[in-house]
Each structure stands twice: as C-alpha cells, then as structure tokens.
Design a protein around this ligand. Structure first.
Ligand code: FMN
Length: 331
C-alpha cells in the first residue's frame, strides 16, 4: 500500500496525503510588502493538483527583516487582505495552507533609515553590511513582531504557521554558535542560544491561542566544524516543545556562504531521521525528494512523516495531479 497517499494530522489540520509544497519565495511582492494578484493565482494553481499542504513562502515579520525588496510580509495590517485572497484560493481546492514567518537578521535588506540587526556584529559576507548586535529592546521588539505577524496570519485565514529557523536567518543566527557570540542570557550555552527562538514561539503561541499548528523549519547543519548539528538542533527543538510544535521541517545550510557538502536526492534525509528519533515529533523532510520510490521508502523507513517538494512544483504546478503522479514521481 502507498504510504504517500495516506492522511496525516498536524494537530487539528488533516492532510489528505504526505506531500507538502515547500516554501518558495516568488519575488513578486509589492514594494510595500503586500502580496499581489500573482500570489492567489500561483498558490491556487499549486493547490489544484491535490498536494496535502501548502507552505507559503518566507513572509517577513518586520520591514527590516525582508530578505529582498520584493518579499511579501505580514508586518502591517494592510498585508492581511491580499493574503486572505491566497488562503481563499488554496482552500477552494480543499487544501490547508500554512505561512512561513521569517526575519532575515543579518541577511536582510532593510529600507533606508532602518538598521541591519543580528545577535552579534558579524557580517554574513562582504556584500552584506556589518549588523548591529541586538540590544534587549531590539530582541523584545523582534519577538513582538513575530507575535503580531502570527495574529495577522490567523486573520488572513492560514491554518498554521511555520517559524523560519533555518537558512541563516535571524532565529538560526541566534541558534548557531558561529553567528551568536553573545555573553548575555541569549548566548553562551545551547539553552541561551535557543532562548530567542523560545521567546518567539511563546509569544506566537500566546497570539494564536492553543491548538493552532506551529511548525519549525531548521537547518540541521552549518556545513562547517563547530556549527549546528542534529544534536544541537534537537536541544533547541526540545526547548520549544512546551509551545506545542507540531512538526520539525529539516533543511540545512544558509548560515555561512559555503555550499552544501552534498545535494544528491535525499541528502538531508538522515538528519531528518536523527531529529525525528531524538525529538519524537513529526518531521517533514525535504531536498531532492522527487522520485516516488524515494518518497515511499523515506516514509516506510521512518525517516520522515511528511515530504516537502520544492522546485518540481514551480516547474509544473500540475506535478501532483493524480493522472500525472506516477509519471512525475518516477520520471
Ligand atoms: C525559488 C526558491 C525559493 C525558495 N524560497 C524559500 C523560502 O522562502 N523559505 C525556505 O525555507 N526555503 C526556500 N527555498 C528552499 C525550498 O523550500 C526547498 O527546501 C529546496 O528547494 C529543496 O527542495 P527541492 O529539492 O524539492 O526543490 C526556496 C527554494 C527555491 C528553489
């Protein structure tokens, strides 16, 4: 029997199959951070094929946390209505939809007059500026930004939230010992480095109420010695468990300008398995998981509970339609 096409519950949200559309930025936001007419068309088209869950792209919680000038955001009330059009378009196909909330920290492009912020004053590379090390007031403001964006996400009709703690963005910058050199309560040991993530999750939970699904996207490796490992990530996830995390979405990299050590199909699967076993939470695996046989074996072997698919859905939004499924997965 195919496990891929069996249902799965993320808290109160039922997925009709184990396939998730990975969050993928479209670079089509309006200059003021609003979704445009493109977004409901795009996400509606992607939902048509019958995927189990859509995760809408990285969505900024603060204007100084936008990665690019055409990112979408949820940092103002005006952003709610255009995103309501997206959730309506996806729901019209009976598919649940989460949104990924992010702050780019030192990898942001703040508008003129706003500061580039990070846990420590360490630039990502020569092209990004040197960020200001966040004061306790900056940290409290960023936590509040996540909570306010979460409240707006509920108002926009999303069924759940994914906190972006991967790919070298602000939460990841706090988690990794390579980018967090703080000697206050937000740095030092693993618990200190996880404190910002925990405060964000607590504030988001308070904003959305009990039972609303929260998932966490993590980078299981920084691809260099003394960076994040699955064990360190597990420690951080455990610190957030009291906030009711329903799934961990296991990606990798992005903290430093180094390429991944591998990118063969399923190269992140073993990290997904390790984190799944250590945390006991449902895990979403991602990364070159495009062949049906690989997806089936990852599920059957307990490496993951759900499989996220990225680029093939952009290339062919109809990737998932039943009549294409066998061709697309095995092609
Ligand atoms: C165009 C594009 C945009 C992406 N944007 C995001 C994003 O907004 N947030 C995120 O966490 N990952 C993002 N990713 C990474 C994908 O979610 C996914 O992890 C990656 O593409 C690997 O999956 P795949 O091999 O199935 O494509 C993006 C990838 C692509 C190709």
């Amino acid at each position: 029997m195919s496990l891929t096409f069996t249902p799965f519950d993320l808290g109160p949200v039922r997925l009709k199959n184990r396939l998730v559309m990975a969050p993928m930025q479209q670079y089509r936001g309006a200059p003021d951070g609003s979704a445009t007419a493109y977004h409901p068309l795009h996400y509606g088209r992607c939902a048509e094929g019958g995927i189990g869950l859509i995760v809408v792209e990285s969505t900024a919680v603060a204007s100084n946390g936008r990665l690019f000038k055409d990112d979408i955001g949820l940092y103002a009330d005006r952003h709610v209505a255009p995103l309501r059009a997206v959730t309506d378009a996806v729901h019209a196909h009976g598919v649940p939809v989460f949104v990924q909330l992010s702050h780019g920290g030192r990898k942001s492009h703040p508008p003129p007059g706003e500061r580039l912020l990070a846990p420590s004053a360490l630039a990502f590379d020569g092209d990004y500026g040197v960020p200001a090390s966040m004061t306790p007031q900056d940290i409290a403001a960023a936590v509040q930004d996540f909570a306010d964006a979460a409240r707006r996400a509920v108002a926009a009709g999303f069924d759940g939230l994914e906190l972006h703690a991967a790919h070298g963005y602000l939460i990841h910058q706090f988690l990794s010992p390579l980018s967090n050199r703080r000697d206050d309560a937000y740095g030092g040991c693993g618990a200190g480095r996880a404190r910002f993530a925990r405060e964000v999750a607590e504030a988001v939970r308070a904003a959305v109420g009990p039972g609303f699904p929260l998932s966490l996207r993590v980078s299981a490796s920084d691809y260099v010695e003394s960076g994040l490992t699955p064990a360190l990530v597990t420690e951080a996830v455990e610190a957030l468990q009291p906030c009711g995390i329903v799934a961990v979405h296991v990606s990798s990299g992005g903290l430093l300008p180094v390429p991944p050590a591998h990118s063969r199909p399923g190269y992140q699967l073993d990290w997904a398995r390790q984190i799944r076993e250590a945390c006991g939470l449902p895990v979403i695996a991602v990364g070159g998981l495009h062949r049906r046989s690989l997806i089936e074996s990852a599920l059957a072997d307990g490496q993951a509970d759900l499989i996220a698919i990225g680029r093939p859905i952009l290339e062919r939004p109809d990737f998932m339609t039943d009549k294409l499924a066998s061709v697309a997965f095995d092609g």
